[in-house]
Ligand binder design. Structure first.
Ligand SMILES: Cc1ncc(COP(=O)(O)O)c(C=O)c1O
Length: 352
């Protein structure tokens, strides 16, 4: 006998990537940043800890942080909603727009959390395969639904849909359209400029990737104020804790630090992609801080296990067994990974 609503018994929850906490692995499986956050973050936390009385609730709307985000993203704070990671913001959006039998469309493969959030709402998810060149499927442009989601740059492929195509999608869609830009600081463009013209557009950002702050759980949703007002009804009163608000505000005050790390990662991405191509892998062109490498038709599970045995964690998705998604670490992380992969054929893969 189950106490749960019927549909919950039928679904598996989202399976996050492995998160060993002992620091022994080179972690290239969940697209974290290999560099630490800005020193200003730690300084600010230490300074404020002494002054603040933790017995008080934090600001419900993250006033100070919203102000700082407003200067960074170029929209007033009434256009910004802060979340406990962009995962929370995705959950708010799916709960706001989808009920039993409603439809959500998104290109596939993509972030698998979208499917789980749809299932939790008893909504119908339509996963429309990307075109062969990873451009947007025609059906996403033309079909109507209650919600459309575009992950851009896309995970796990790293590929990018140009902004004029996103605009085309908005012109053709009456429903809310989420553009999940978790990785966009590593790309050559973004969709922020479209916000003024399209009231149905919702852009998601996170501090977990380019700002090296996955541990504090802060994300932003940027949209027109009417959209923000509606979505606010779905939010817990104090969804972002006081530490995270302070840390995030400090990180956004030090943009040059973030941009410098992004440049280093892009350089490493290019060198790593070339090295993997030389090793015989197909490497998808990436605008993110990870690359998807493939051996079409071959299974790469043994490569994943071999790397793990050598203390390197990458992401293997059973849904796409001929591919691995590898986050970009430091130069020496990536050189070590290449070195290990070169040795794989010398060892007995089948013994793994
Ligand atoms: C595409 C995409 N969107 C959102 C998130 C969630 O990020 P956050 O850490 O802000 O919850 C991730 C995390 O990996 C992601 O890959």
């Amino acid at each position: 006998m189950s106490y749960f609503r019927k549909h919950l018994d039928l679904i598996a929850g989202y399976q996050p990537g492995e998160q060993p906490q002992d620091g022994q692995y080179i972690k290239l499986n969940t697209n974290e940043n290999p560099y630490p956050p800005s020193p200003l973050v730690v300084e600010t936390l230490m300074e404020n800890l002494r002054r603040h009385r933790l017995s008080y609730y934090p600001s419900p709307l993250c006033d100070e942080l919203r102000e700082q985000a407003s200067t960074v993203y170029g929209y007033p704070s009434s256009w910004i909603l802060v979340g406990n990671g962009s995962d929370e913001l995705l959950s708010i959006v799916f709960r706001a727009f989808l009920g039993n039998g409603d439809r959500v469309l998104y290109p596939y493969p993509t972030y698998t959390l979208y499917r789980v959030l749809a299932l939790l709402q008893e909504a119908i998810y339509e996963e429309i395969p990307f075109e062969k060149d990873y451009s947007i499927p025609e059906k996403i442009l033309t079909d109507q639904a209650q919600l459309k989601v575009i992950c851009n740059p896309n995970s796990p492929t790293g590929t990018f849909i140009p902004t004029p195509i996103i605009e085309n999608l908005l012109k053709n869609s009456c429903c809310p359209v989420v553009v999940d830009e978790a990785y966009v600081d590593f790309a050559y463009d973004n969709a922020l400029s479209l916000l003024k013209r399209y009231p149905q557009l919702i852009i998601l950002r996170t501090l977990s990737k380019s700002f090296s702050l996955a541990g504090i759980r802060v994300g932003f949703l940027i949209a027109q104020p009417e959209m923000i007002q509606g979505l606010l009804k779905m939010k817990d009163s104090y969804n972002v804790n006081w530490f995270s608000q302070k840390a995030a505000t400090a990180a956004l005050q030090d943009l040059p630090y973030m941009k410098n790390n992004v440049e280093k990662i892009k350089q490493t991405r290019q060198e790593f992609s070339q090295a993997m191509t030389k090793l015989g892998y197909e490497v998808l062109p990436s605008e993110a801080n990870f690359v998807m490498v493939r051996k079409p038709g071959e299974g790469l599970k043994s490569e994943y296990l071999y790397l793990k045995k050598n203390w390197i964690l990458v992401r293997y998705f059973p849904e796409w067994p001929d591919s691995l998604r590898i986050s970009i670490g430091t130069d020496s992380n990536m050189q070590f990974l290449i070195h290990v992969l070169k040795n794989i054929n010398k060892d007995h893969k089948d013994d793994l």
